[in-house]
Design a protein around this ligand. Structure first.
Ligand SMILES: NC(=O)CC[C@H](N)C(=O)O
Length: 362
């Protein structure tokens, strides 16, 4: 069935509808340049409400698997691709990309000139679009455009209930505040023998204190960080009381809590090969990225060092408190998908947690 991506300025990209094609959808269009990991990308809750263009031209070739997910199901609103491989090839046996989309009632657009589409987004910046059958009427499209609203997105993707993972007993206890957390973040903590409590984003400072964590991780998540000022008192409490690691949205919320504003990037960073400089180690890291906003750190530089800088556009990719054990990263050290160059940042977080615990117990 013929479909299209309709932008608000009248630009149309045509293609073939795949997945669940029973309804049209609308969202913010972003492109991701990773060469693999299409399933991890779609199940990353930070893509909630977005239509993701995958620039790698062959999608579905190695199929889809239950355990490749970064959360319970795909959160991206829809996906736009060049070639949809109809027959997956994998030693583990695999479901096709089309069947996967249908299973989760997600739609996609294939056979699209994704190079032209990506150049269009690069020139015009992130924009809204409707994806649906080619014959959609203007009224149908306008109704979908009017429904785009990411202002509550974190509340829509967070876990409804607290849950725990990893080791029982007396091990180090880390709380992850779930703004849309990826499984790979929890996996990195569990791998380091931490007992992990994953809590809803609405957790209050008092409730957080009740968990008596040894450290706190503020997760990634969707939307515009400046929409979530209601969450800042708990962020403030965390950085004032516990070793804290902020990842992506978590980094942005720490920035906001410390008085540093966020701003939208023209078309964001979404990919698995973005180079960063770590100013402490002097090393360049190739990183996984997925963000449309960045922090202007000027107001917090009296208290924080810039820790990481993006070598493509010099944006700030992380800062570190000069005295307190607070580290933030704009990228995804957990990868999922992407290179593992920055896994050591989880080791650093673990070290601060151990150190603080030792001091407290002394
Ligand atoms: N992956 C994330 O946490 C993304 C953070 C935020 N939603 C942004 O786009 O900048």
């Amino acid at each position: 069935m013929k479909g299209a991506l309709f932008f608000e300025d009248g630009t149309i990209f045509e293609g073939r509808l795949i997945g669940d094609i029973t309804r049209g959808v609308a969202g913010e269009v972003v492109f991701n340049t990773a060469m693999t990991g299409y399933q991890e990308i779609l199940t990353d809750p930070s893509y909630f409400g977005q239509i993701v263009v995958l620039t790698y031209p062959l999608i579905g070739n190695y199929g889809t698997f239950a355990d490749a997910a970064e959360s319970l199901f795909p959160w991206a609103e829809a996906v736009v691709i060049k070639h949809d491989a109809p027959i997956p090839s994998h030693f583990g046996g695999a479901e096709s990309f089309d069947a996967y989309l249908k299973r989760y009632h997600k739609c996609g657009l294939a056979d699209v000139d994704t190079r032209a589409l990506t150049l269009y987004i690069r020139q015009r910046g992130t924009q809204h679009a409707v994806l649906g059958p080619i014959e959609m009427t203007q009224e149908q499209r306008e109704a979908l455009f009017a429904g785009i609203d990411l202002s509550q997105s974190v509340y829509q993707v967070t876990t409804p209930q607290a849950y725990s993972l990893g080791h029982d007993g007396d091990g180090l206890h880390v709380v992850v505040i779930d703004y849309g957390a990826k499984n790979s973040i929890m996996a990195q903590l569990v791998k380091r023998n931490m007992r992990v409590s994953v809590l809803p984003c609405t957790i209050t400072p008092e409730e957080l204190a009740h968990y008596a964590p040894d450290g706190v991780v503020l997760s990634n998540g969707p939307g515009d960080p400046s929409d979530f000022t209601d969450l800042l008192p708990t962020v403030r409490y965390a950085i004032d009381h516990y070793p804290t690691l902020g990842i992506c949205l978590g980094h942005q919320l720490i920035g906001l809590a410390e008085g540093a504003p966020t701003y939208p990037l023209k078309f964001g960073h979404h990919g698995a090969n973005h180079p960063l400089l770590d100013h402490v180690t002097g090393k360049v890291l190739i990183t996984s990225q997925n963000h449309g906003y960045a922090v202007d750190p000027a107001p917090l530089l009296d208290r924080y060092h810039i820790r990481l800088t993006n070598l493509h556009d010099q944006t700030v990719e992380g800062f570190q408190h000069k005295e307190k054990p607070v580290l933030t990263v704009q990228h995804h050290p957990e990868a999922g998908p992407g290179p593992w160059d920055s896994h050591y940042l989880f080791d650093e977080f673990l070290d601060t947690v151990i150190q603080r615990k030792g001091l407290t117990n002394a």
